[in-house]
Design a protein around this ligand. Structure first.
Ligand code: G6P
Length: 365
């Protein structure tokens, strides 16, 4: 059933495995590959015509989905910035042509609600991307886009991240076609085609046993680092968050280029480095150099990349993601990292669905 654990040992594993179905629901009736259009029920064409700047606001995993979407929008030449909700008031300049997108699975996170309220007071239009119909965020926002991932019980967010990223990608297309009429439709057909294939691509990741093998091979090290650029930076941060939340091991996610500006001092042969690649040759060759700097200091390097990627001969291990549109590679890499964290935590016998000190939604600031 929707709410039982079924044959799985943990809700988290069930929810990881539920991602292809969750994404089918997310895109159902919205991504029309046959005629190359995105149709979002409450966002008719022209909705975003008057907006010039997009702020994406969220906490934890939702913030990482916001970072991912920031890259999708800026790649389309839309000015977009992702903010941690708790820092939003201190950092953002809001005007009445700002579109503020509040990303929140539960729709009840106090930091996010507070940021959205103050944005609204400053005259911004507020849209929330949420999983919960009737949540506070959905009621207070000017408009809501529901991610339709189904209930998520595990405290560590998994399927809702994927559904958020895809929902935000669809929203991004609507924003792009309203603001940037000329360029918007250039890549949309290939994006929509590869989106239809995404549930099958996730299934291929789920069938692979590499993450479990790597979790065993690198169990009980001193620290775990995750690096990437652009969308892969968002995935590196999300990979590290998941890892620390459920294994209680020290894990950090960095922009790959930042490794040499400090974190490298922590790198030893007991700190595996997971390098997430994007499929962009120029970016990837830089990330490969950063991974090389870690390997020179003795760190095992695990590449998260499509088959035949340049990093494979060099890395100590490889978590494979199907080759697809660069927009989705990060999402697929993230599924591999979800499995890695799950199996590492399982080995350590952690209470995976209810990690100590954490709550599914945090209603204080
Ligand atoms: C808590 C949870 C995280 C979640 C964050 C934001 O910290 O432990 O897993 O990502 O809240 O939650 P939201 O419901 O706003 O997405």
């Amino acid at each position: 059933s929707e709410t039982g654990k079924g044959t799985y040992d943990h809700y988290m594993l069930k929810e990881i495995n539920h991602q292809p179905t969750a994404l089918d629901n997310t895109i159902q009736g919205r991504a029309l590959a046959s005629d190359g259009r995105v149709v979002l029920e409450d966002f008719p064409p022209g909705t975003f015509h008057d907006h010039r700047t997009v702020h994406l606001v969220g906490c934890g995993t939702s913030y990482h989905a916001a970072m991912y979407a920031e890259k999708l929008l800026t790649d389309g030449d839309i000015q977009a910035d992702a903010y941690r909700a708790s820092e939003y008031d201190l950092q953002a300049e809001v005007t009445d042509d700002t579109l503020v997108v509040g990303v929140t699975q539960s729709g009840e996170t106090a930091d996010t609600l507070s940021a959205l309220r103050s944005a609204k007071e400053s005259g911004a239009t507020v849209v929330t991307v949420t999983n919960v119909v009737g949540s506070t965020a959905a009621r207070e926002a000017d408009n809501a886009l529901f991610i339709r991932a189904g209930p998520e019980i595990g405290v560590a967010a998994t399927k809702t991240f994927s559904s958020q990223v895809v929902s935000l990608a669809l929203l991004s297309q609507c924003i792009l076609s309203d603001i940037e009429d000329a360029t918007a439709h250039e890549n949309i057909q290939s994006l929509l085609n590869s989106l239809q294939a995404l549930p099958d691509h996730i299934d291929r990741v789920l069938e692979s046993t590499r993450a479990e093998a790597i979790a065993r091979r690198y169990a009980d090290e001193e620290a775990y680092f995750f690096i990437g650029r652009g969308m892969a930076n968002a995935v590196a941060k999300e990979g590290a968050l998941k890892f620390k939340e459920i294994t209680y091991e020290h894990a950090e996610g960095f922009a790959a280029g930042e490794l040499k500006h400090g974190p490298l001092a922590l790198v030893t042969d007991r700190t595996p480095v997971f390098a997430v690649f994007t499929g962009d040759e120029e970016q990837d060759s830089k990330t490969l150099n950063n991974a090389r700097e870690a390997k020179t200091r003795g760190a095992p390097v695990i590449s998260v990349a499509p088959p035949d990627h340049d990093s494979i001969g060099f890395a100590d291990a490889h978590l494979e993601v199907p080759d697809t549109n660069p927009e989705w590679l990060g999402l697929l890499a993230n599924v591999q990292l979800q499995l890695l964290s799950y199996h590492a935590a399982d080995q350590l016998d952690r209470p995976i669905d209810k990690p100590r000190n954490l709550a599914k939604s945090v209603t204080v600031e």
